[in-house]
Design a binder for this molecule. Structure first.
Ligand code: S3P
Length: 432
Protein backbone atom coordinates (compact mmCIF):
# COMPACT_ATOMS: atom_id res chain seq x y z
CA UNK A 1 0.00 0.00 0.00
CA UNK A 2 1.26 3.49 -0.94
CA UNK A 3 0.40 6.48 1.23
CA UNK A 4 0.95 10.16 0.54
CA UNK A 5 1.46 12.30 3.63
CA UNK A 6 0.98 16.06 3.48
CA UNK A 7 2.03 18.76 5.86
CA UNK A 8 -0.31 18.94 8.84
CA UNK A 9 -1.29 22.41 9.97
CA UNK A 10 -3.48 21.33 12.90
CA UNK A 11 -1.78 20.72 16.25
CA UNK A 12 -2.01 17.32 17.93
CA UNK A 13 -4.43 17.70 20.83
CA UNK A 14 -6.19 15.42 23.28
CA UNK A 15 -5.02 12.03 24.48
CA UNK A 16 -4.46 8.46 23.33
CA UNK A 17 -3.69 5.23 25.14
CA UNK A 18 -1.13 3.26 23.10
CA UNK A 19 -1.60 -0.42 22.38
CA UNK A 20 0.11 -2.96 24.63
CA UNK A 21 3.90 -3.01 24.63
CA UNK A 22 5.37 -5.27 21.94
CA UNK A 23 8.20 -6.68 24.08
CA UNK A 24 5.82 -7.34 26.97
CA UNK A 25 3.17 -8.89 24.69
CA UNK A 26 5.74 -11.34 23.30
CA UNK A 27 6.98 -12.25 26.75
CA UNK A 28 3.56 -12.54 28.39
CA UNK A 29 2.39 -14.89 25.62
CA UNK A 30 5.49 -17.08 25.58
CA UNK A 31 5.93 -17.22 29.35
CA UNK A 32 2.23 -18.00 29.80
CA UNK A 33 2.75 -20.95 27.43
CA UNK A 34 5.65 -22.15 29.60
CA UNK A 35 3.63 -21.81 32.83
CA UNK A 36 1.12 -24.35 34.11
CA UNK A 37 -2.50 -23.20 34.28
CA UNK A 38 -4.49 -20.53 32.47
CA UNK A 39 -3.12 -17.03 31.95
CA UNK A 40 -5.14 -13.95 31.03
CA UNK A 41 -3.37 -11.06 29.31
CA UNK A 42 -5.26 -7.80 28.75
CA UNK A 43 -4.21 -5.06 26.31
CA UNK A 44 -2.22 -7.63 24.36
CA UNK A 45 -0.74 -6.06 21.20
CA UNK A 46 -2.59 -7.42 18.17
CA UNK A 47 0.03 -6.82 15.48
CA UNK A 48 1.89 -8.80 12.85
CA UNK A 49 4.83 -9.61 15.12
CA UNK A 50 2.75 -10.92 18.01
CA UNK A 51 0.61 -12.94 15.58
CA UNK A 52 3.86 -14.69 14.62
CA UNK A 53 4.49 -15.75 18.23
CA UNK A 54 0.86 -16.85 18.55
CA UNK A 55 1.04 -18.93 15.34
CA UNK A 56 4.25 -20.67 16.50
CA UNK A 57 2.91 -21.49 19.96
CA UNK A 58 -0.32 -22.89 18.52
CA UNK A 59 1.80 -25.06 16.20
CA UNK A 60 3.61 -26.28 19.35
CA UNK A 61 0.29 -27.42 20.81
CA UNK A 62 -0.34 -24.49 23.18
CA UNK A 63 -4.07 -23.63 23.40
CA UNK A 64 -4.41 -19.84 22.93
CA UNK A 65 -7.63 -17.87 22.55
CA UNK A 66 -7.38 -14.29 21.30
CA UNK A 67 -10.23 -11.79 21.37
CA UNK A 68 -8.65 -9.38 18.90
CA UNK A 69 -11.35 -6.70 19.33
CA UNK A 70 -10.97 -6.64 23.10
CA UNK A 71 -7.18 -7.28 23.03
CA UNK A 72 -7.60 -10.09 25.55
CA UNK A 73 -5.54 -13.25 25.25
CA UNK A 74 -6.05 -16.47 27.18
CA UNK A 75 -3.29 -19.07 27.17
CA UNK A 76 -3.38 -22.56 28.63
CA UNK A 77 0.21 -23.17 29.73
CA UNK A 78 1.82 -26.51 28.89
CA UNK A 79 4.84 -26.20 31.20
CA UNK A 80 8.55 -25.86 30.44
CA UNK A 81 8.73 -29.24 28.71
CA UNK A 82 5.22 -29.56 27.31
CA UNK A 83 5.53 -28.50 23.64
CA UNK A 84 4.30 -30.96 21.01
CA UNK A 85 6.91 -31.34 18.23
CA UNK A 86 5.42 -29.47 15.23
CA UNK A 87 4.93 -31.20 11.87
CA UNK A 88 6.11 -28.16 9.86
CA UNK A 89 8.87 -25.59 10.38
CA UNK A 90 7.80 -22.82 12.77
CA UNK A 91 7.35 -19.54 10.88
CA UNK A 92 8.36 -16.47 12.92
CA UNK A 93 7.53 -14.10 10.04
CA UNK A 94 9.47 -10.84 10.46
CA UNK A 95 9.72 -11.14 14.23
CA UNK A 96 13.24 -11.52 15.63
CA UNK A 97 11.86 -11.36 19.16
CA UNK A 98 9.66 -14.39 18.41
CA UNK A 99 12.63 -16.19 16.86
CA UNK A 100 15.24 -15.50 19.53
CA UNK A 101 13.03 -15.93 22.61
CA UNK A 102 11.39 -19.05 21.24
CA UNK A 103 14.82 -20.49 20.42
CA UNK A 104 15.72 -20.37 24.13
CA UNK A 105 12.42 -21.95 25.14
CA UNK A 106 12.75 -24.70 22.50
CA UNK A 107 16.31 -25.53 23.54
CA UNK A 108 15.13 -25.77 27.15
CA UNK A 109 12.09 -27.86 26.27
CA UNK A 110 14.16 -30.20 24.07
CA UNK A 111 11.56 -29.99 21.29
CA UNK A 112 12.76 -31.34 17.92
CA UNK A 113 11.79 -28.74 15.31
CA UNK A 114 12.88 -26.21 12.70
CA UNK A 115 12.63 -22.48 13.47
CA UNK A 116 12.33 -20.25 10.41
CA UNK A 117 10.99 -16.87 9.27
CA UNK A 118 10.53 -14.43 6.40
CA UNK A 119 13.25 -13.59 3.87
CA UNK A 120 13.92 -10.44 5.95
CA UNK A 121 14.34 -12.45 9.16
CA UNK A 122 16.62 -14.94 7.38
CA UNK A 123 19.06 -12.08 6.77
CA UNK A 124 19.38 -11.21 10.48
CA UNK A 125 22.26 -12.50 12.64
CA UNK A 126 21.47 -15.59 14.72
CA UNK A 127 25.04 -16.64 15.57
CA UNK A 128 24.59 -14.43 18.64
CA UNK A 129 22.18 -17.04 20.09
CA UNK A 130 23.65 -20.12 18.35
CA UNK A 131 27.06 -19.85 19.95
CA UNK A 132 25.96 -19.54 23.60
CA UNK A 133 23.13 -22.09 23.18
CA UNK A 134 25.72 -24.55 21.94
CA UNK A 135 27.97 -23.72 24.91
CA UNK A 136 24.99 -24.72 27.08
CA UNK A 137 24.94 -28.08 25.29
CA UNK A 138 21.98 -27.41 22.98
CA UNK A 139 21.83 -29.39 19.76
CA UNK A 140 21.04 -26.60 17.36
CA UNK A 141 22.33 -26.33 13.82
CA UNK A 142 22.28 -23.84 10.98
CA UNK A 143 24.02 -23.87 7.60
CA UNK A 144 24.65 -20.12 7.65
CA UNK A 145 24.56 -18.82 11.24
CA UNK A 146 21.08 -17.51 10.40
CA UNK A 147 17.53 -18.87 10.13
CA UNK A 148 16.46 -21.61 9.69
CA UNK A 149 17.71 -23.30 12.88
CA UNK A 150 17.19 -26.99 13.58
CA UNK A 151 16.73 -28.17 17.17
CA UNK A 152 17.23 -31.69 18.56
CA UNK A 153 16.77 -32.69 22.23
CA UNK A 154 19.82 -32.37 24.51
CA UNK A 155 20.37 -31.73 28.24
CA UNK A 156 21.47 -28.15 28.98
CA UNK A 157 24.24 -26.94 31.29
CA UNK A 158 24.35 -23.69 33.22
CA UNK A 159 27.00 -21.28 31.90
CA UNK A 160 28.38 -17.86 32.61
CA UNK A 161 28.42 -15.89 29.39
CA UNK A 162 29.25 -12.31 28.49
CA UNK A 163 27.33 -10.89 25.54
CA UNK A 164 29.55 -8.97 23.14
CA UNK A 165 26.66 -6.53 22.50
CA UNK A 166 23.85 -5.63 24.92
CA UNK A 167 20.73 -7.41 23.67
CA UNK A 168 17.54 -8.19 25.54
CA UNK A 169 16.57 -10.77 22.93
CA UNK A 170 19.80 -12.73 23.36
CA UNK A 171 19.78 -12.33 27.15
CA UNK A 172 16.16 -13.52 27.29
CA UNK A 173 16.86 -16.48 25.00
CA UNK A 174 19.63 -17.69 27.31
CA UNK A 175 17.73 -17.03 30.54
CA UNK A 176 14.79 -19.06 29.20
CA UNK A 177 17.12 -21.92 28.28
CA UNK A 178 18.70 -21.53 31.72
CA UNK A 179 15.38 -22.41 33.40
CA UNK A 180 15.95 -25.97 32.15
CA UNK A 181 19.73 -26.16 32.73
CA UNK A 182 21.47 -28.28 35.37
CA UNK A 183 23.10 -25.31 37.18
CA UNK A 184 22.75 -21.49 37.39
CA UNK A 185 23.09 -19.46 34.19
CA UNK A 186 24.68 -16.00 34.41
CA UNK A 187 24.38 -13.59 31.49
CA UNK A 188 26.48 -10.44 31.58
CA UNK A 189 26.15 -7.63 29.09
CA UNK A 190 28.03 -4.43 28.34
CA UNK A 191 24.99 -2.15 28.74
CA UNK A 192 21.51 -1.97 30.29
CA UNK A 193 19.21 -3.81 27.84
CA UNK A 194 15.49 -4.01 28.68
CA UNK A 195 14.79 -6.14 31.77
CA UNK A 196 11.17 -7.21 31.11
CA UNK A 197 12.09 -10.91 31.09
CA UNK A 198 13.68 -10.70 34.52
CA UNK A 199 10.70 -8.85 36.01
CA UNK A 200 8.03 -11.10 34.50
CA UNK A 201 9.74 -14.43 35.19
CA UNK A 202 10.41 -13.39 38.80
CA UNK A 203 6.70 -12.58 39.20
CA UNK A 204 5.92 -16.09 37.91
CA UNK A 205 8.08 -17.71 40.59
CA UNK A 206 11.41 -18.10 38.78
CA UNK A 207 14.61 -17.69 40.80
CA UNK A 208 16.04 -14.90 38.69
CA UNK A 209 17.83 -11.76 39.78
CA UNK A 210 19.44 -8.83 38.04
CA UNK A 211 23.19 -8.34 38.46
CA UNK A 212 24.09 -5.37 40.60
CA UNK A 213 25.41 -2.15 39.08
CA UNK A 214 27.93 -1.47 37.66
CA UNK A 215 27.47 -4.94 36.09
CA UNK A 216 24.53 -5.49 33.72
CA UNK A 217 22.69 -8.76 33.11
CA UNK A 218 21.01 -11.43 35.21
CA UNK A 219 21.37 -14.86 36.81
CA UNK A 220 18.72 -17.57 36.66
CA UNK A 221 18.57 -20.85 38.59
CA UNK A 222 17.20 -24.13 37.23
CA UNK A 223 13.41 -24.05 37.64
CA UNK A 224 12.16 -26.82 39.91
CA UNK A 225 8.51 -25.74 40.30
CA UNK A 226 6.04 -24.94 37.51
CA UNK A 227 5.95 -21.26 36.52
CA UNK A 228 2.78 -19.58 37.85
CA UNK A 229 0.30 -18.34 35.23
CA UNK A 230 -0.16 -14.62 34.56
CA UNK A 231 -3.18 -12.39 35.07
CA UNK A 232 -2.26 -8.89 33.97
CA UNK A 233 -2.88 -5.82 31.87
CA UNK A 234 0.03 -4.61 29.78
CA UNK A 235 1.40 -1.03 29.74
CA UNK A 236 1.26 0.97 26.51
CA UNK A 237 4.25 0.69 24.20
CA UNK A 238 6.73 3.55 24.61
CA UNK A 239 8.23 2.59 21.25
CA UNK A 240 4.88 3.30 19.56
CA UNK A 241 4.29 6.34 21.78
CA UNK A 242 7.65 7.71 20.57
CA UNK A 243 6.19 8.47 17.13
CA UNK A 244 3.42 10.54 18.70
CA UNK A 245 5.84 12.21 21.12
CA UNK A 246 7.91 13.36 18.14
CA UNK A 247 4.78 14.41 16.22
CA UNK A 248 3.42 16.45 19.16
CA UNK A 249 6.83 18.05 19.71
CA UNK A 250 7.17 19.08 16.07
CA UNK A 251 3.58 20.15 15.24
CA UNK A 252 3.20 23.77 16.45
CA UNK A 253 0.59 24.33 19.15
CA UNK A 254 0.34 20.64 20.12
CA UNK A 255 -0.58 19.51 23.63
CA UNK A 256 -1.05 15.76 23.65
CA UNK A 257 -1.11 13.17 26.43
CA UNK A 258 -0.18 9.51 26.02
CA UNK A 259 -1.88 7.46 28.69
CA UNK A 260 -0.48 4.58 30.74
CA UNK A 261 2.77 4.22 28.83
CA UNK A 262 5.52 1.88 30.08
CA UNK A 263 8.40 3.97 31.45
CA UNK A 264 10.80 1.21 32.47
CA UNK A 265 14.17 3.05 32.73
CA UNK A 266 15.72 0.56 30.26
CA UNK A 267 13.28 1.92 27.63
CA UNK A 268 13.08 5.68 28.30
CA UNK A 269 16.24 6.81 26.49
CA UNK A 270 14.09 8.56 23.88
CA UNK A 271 12.62 10.83 26.58
CA UNK A 272 16.12 11.74 27.80
CA UNK A 273 17.33 12.36 24.25
CA UNK A 274 14.39 14.56 23.25
CA UNK A 275 14.48 16.50 26.51
CA UNK A 276 18.18 17.17 25.98
CA UNK A 277 17.13 18.73 22.64
CA UNK A 278 14.55 20.97 24.32
CA UNK A 279 11.37 18.82 24.17
CA UNK A 280 8.61 19.51 26.70
CA UNK A 281 7.60 16.09 28.09
CA UNK A 282 6.04 15.70 31.52
CA UNK A 283 5.48 12.40 33.37
CA UNK A 284 2.14 12.39 35.23
CA UNK A 285 0.25 9.83 37.33
CA UNK A 286 3.25 7.53 37.76
CA UNK A 287 2.25 4.06 38.97
CA UNK A 288 2.92 0.36 38.34
CA UNK A 289 1.21 -2.03 35.92
CA UNK A 290 2.20 -5.66 35.29
CA UNK A 291 5.29 -5.13 37.47
CA UNK A 292 6.44 -2.26 35.23
CA UNK A 293 6.50 1.49 35.89
CA UNK A 294 3.90 3.40 33.83
CA UNK A 295 2.99 7.07 33.48
CA UNK A 296 0.95 9.46 31.39
CA UNK A 297 3.21 11.48 29.12
CA UNK A 298 2.11 15.06 28.40
CA UNK A 299 3.90 16.47 25.38
CA UNK A 300 3.75 20.07 24.23
CA UNK A 301 5.24 21.48 21.05
CA UNK A 302 8.80 22.76 21.36
CA UNK A 303 11.71 23.96 19.26
CA UNK A 304 14.52 21.41 19.22
CA UNK A 305 18.26 21.85 18.95
CA UNK A 306 20.94 19.24 18.13
CA UNK A 307 22.44 16.79 20.63
CA UNK A 308 24.97 13.97 21.03
CA UNK A 309 23.89 10.35 21.68
CA UNK A 310 26.36 7.61 22.57
CA UNK A 311 27.17 4.86 25.11
CA UNK A 312 24.43 3.33 27.29
CA UNK A 313 21.80 5.77 26.07
CA UNK A 314 21.88 4.06 22.66
CA UNK A 315 20.58 0.72 23.97
CA UNK A 316 17.92 2.49 26.07
CA UNK A 317 16.42 3.98 22.89
CA UNK A 318 17.48 1.35 20.36
CA UNK A 319 14.09 1.06 18.60
CA UNK A 320 13.43 4.80 18.59
CA UNK A 321 16.24 5.94 16.27
CA UNK A 322 14.14 6.16 13.09
CA UNK A 323 11.67 8.53 14.84
CA UNK A 324 14.53 10.31 16.58
CA UNK A 325 16.19 10.95 13.21
CA UNK A 326 13.11 12.90 12.09
CA UNK A 327 13.33 14.99 15.27
CA UNK A 328 17.04 15.59 14.62
CA UNK A 329 16.33 16.54 10.99
CA UNK A 330 13.67 19.04 12.14
CA UNK A 331 15.92 20.46 14.88
CA UNK A 332 18.33 23.32 14.45
CA UNK A 333 21.98 22.39 14.73
CA UNK A 334 24.06 19.28 14.63
CA UNK A 335 23.06 15.88 16.06
CA UNK A 336 25.73 13.21 16.38
CA UNK A 337 25.00 9.52 17.13
CA UNK A 338 27.78 6.97 17.76
CA UNK A 339 27.98 3.43 19.26
CA UNK A 340 24.82 2.47 17.36
CA UNK A 341 26.07 -0.16 14.86
CA UNK A 342 23.23 -2.44 16.08
CA UNK A 343 20.85 -0.27 14.04
CA UNK A 344 22.21 -2.01 10.96
CA UNK A 345 20.89 -5.42 12.15
CA UNK A 346 17.25 -4.47 12.78
CA UNK A 347 14.23 -5.08 10.51
CA UNK A 348 16.33 -3.16 7.97
CA UNK A 349 19.70 -1.41 8.08
CA UNK A 350 18.21 1.62 9.78
CA UNK A 351 21.30 3.80 9.40
CA UNK A 352 21.61 3.23 5.63
CA UNK A 353 17.85 3.23 4.95
CA UNK A 354 17.01 6.33 6.95
CA UNK A 355 20.11 8.19 5.71
CA UNK A 356 19.22 7.62 2.07
CA UNK A 357 15.56 8.55 2.72
CA UNK A 358 16.50 11.73 4.58
CA UNK A 359 18.95 12.72 1.85
CA UNK A 360 16.16 12.31 -0.72
CA UNK A 361 14.07 14.65 1.43
CA UNK A 362 16.78 17.32 1.36
CA UNK A 363 18.28 16.70 4.81
CA UNK A 364 22.04 16.98 5.37
CA UNK A 365 23.10 13.63 6.86
CA UNK A 366 26.45 11.89 7.00
CA UNK A 367 26.64 8.16 7.73
CA UNK A 368 29.21 6.33 9.93
CA UNK A 369 29.60 2.58 10.47
CA UNK A 370 28.14 3.05 13.98
CA UNK A 371 25.96 6.12 13.61
CA UNK A 372 25.33 9.36 11.74
CA UNK A 373 25.57 13.14 11.88
CA UNK A 374 22.56 15.27 10.92
CA UNK A 375 22.91 18.99 10.32
CA UNK A 376 19.43 20.31 11.02
CA UNK A 377 18.15 23.58 9.64
CA UNK A 378 14.75 23.47 11.30
CA UNK A 379 13.10 22.56 7.99
CA UNK A 380 12.58 19.28 6.07
CA UNK A 381 12.10 20.13 2.36
CA UNK A 382 10.40 16.77 1.49
CA UNK A 383 8.85 16.11 -1.92
CA UNK A 384 10.02 12.53 -2.61
CA UNK A 385 8.60 9.03 -3.04
CA UNK A 386 10.30 6.61 -0.64
CA UNK A 387 10.09 2.91 0.21
CA UNK A 388 9.55 1.63 3.76
CA UNK A 389 12.03 -1.18 3.07
CA UNK A 390 9.83 -3.71 4.87
CA UNK A 391 10.47 -1.92 8.18
CA UNK A 392 7.49 -0.78 10.29
CA UNK A 393 9.44 1.89 12.14
CA UNK A 394 10.91 3.34 8.95
CA UNK A 395 7.39 3.56 7.45
CA UNK A 396 6.07 5.50 10.47
CA UNK A 397 9.14 7.74 10.64
CA UNK A 398 8.77 8.74 7.01
CA UNK A 399 5.12 9.55 7.72
CA UNK A 400 6.27 11.83 10.57
CA UNK A 401 8.59 13.58 8.13
CA UNK A 402 5.61 14.04 5.77
CA UNK A 403 3.57 15.76 8.50
CA UNK A 404 6.12 18.55 8.85
CA UNK A 405 7.86 18.66 5.46
CA UNK A 406 7.32 21.54 3.03
CA UNK A 407 6.35 19.18 0.18
CA UNK A 408 4.31 15.91 0.41
CA UNK A 409 6.07 12.59 0.89
CA UNK A 410 4.89 9.29 -0.58
CA UNK A 411 5.69 6.07 1.30
CA UNK A 412 5.52 2.76 -0.53
CA UNK A 413 4.87 -0.33 1.57
CA UNK A 414 3.28 1.85 4.27
CA UNK A 415 1.07 -0.95 5.65
CA UNK A 416 4.11 -2.71 7.15
CA UNK A 417 3.33 -0.49 10.17
CA UNK A 418 0.68 -3.10 11.06
CA UNK A 419 3.53 -5.20 12.42
CA UNK A 420 3.61 -3.11 15.61
CA UNK A 421 1.24 -0.10 15.55
CA UNK A 422 -1.99 -0.66 13.58
CA UNK A 423 -3.58 2.47 15.19
CA UNK A 424 -0.85 4.79 13.86
CA UNK A 425 -2.70 6.14 10.76
CA UNK A 426 -5.97 6.77 12.59
CA UNK A 427 -4.37 8.54 15.59
CA UNK A 428 -2.69 10.97 13.18
CA UNK A 429 -5.72 11.25 10.89
CA UNK A 430 -3.83 9.80 7.91
CA UNK A 431 -6.83 7.80 6.67
CA UNK A 432 -8.96 10.89 6.21
C1 S3P B 1 13.58 -6.49 21.98
C2 S3P B 1 14.91 -6.17 22.08
C3 S3P B 1 15.61 -5.31 21.12
C4 S3P B 1 14.63 -4.49 20.28
C5 S3P B 1 13.49 -5.32 19.79
C6 S3P B 1 12.72 -5.94 20.92
C7 S3P B 1 12.97 -7.38 22.99
O1 S3P B 1 16.37 -6.11 20.26
O2 S3P B 1 15.32 -3.89 19.21
O3 S3P B 1 12.59 -4.53 19.01
O4 S3P B 1 11.74 -7.45 23.08
O5 S3P B 1 13.73 -8.03 23.71
P1 S3P B 1 17.88 -6.59 20.62
O6 S3P B 1 17.82 -7.45 21.80
O7 S3P B 1 18.32 -7.34 19.40
O8 S3P B 1 18.64 -5.32 20.84
Amino acid sequence: MTQTIRRRIAPLLGSYRPEGDKSLSHRALLFAALAEGQSTIRRFLVGGVTQAMLRCLRALGVPCELDAQAHILRVQGVGLHGFTPPAEPLNCGNSATTFRLLAGALAGAGTPCVLDGSAGLRRRPMDRILEPLRLMGAHVSSDTGRAPLRFAPAPLHGISYTLPIASAQVKSCLLLAGLSADAPTAILEPGPSRDHTERMLAAMGAAIRPLEAPAHGAVVLPQTNPLRPLDLELPGDISSAAFLIVAATLLPGSDFTLLRVGVNPTRTGILDALRAMGADIQLLNETTLAGEPVADLRVRAAHLSGTVIQGDLVVRMIDEFPAFMIAAAAARGETLVRDAAELRTKESDRIAGMASALRALGVDIEEYPDGFRIRGTGVIPGGAALGAGGDHRVAMSLALAGLIAEQPITVEGFDILNESFPDFPSVLGLNA
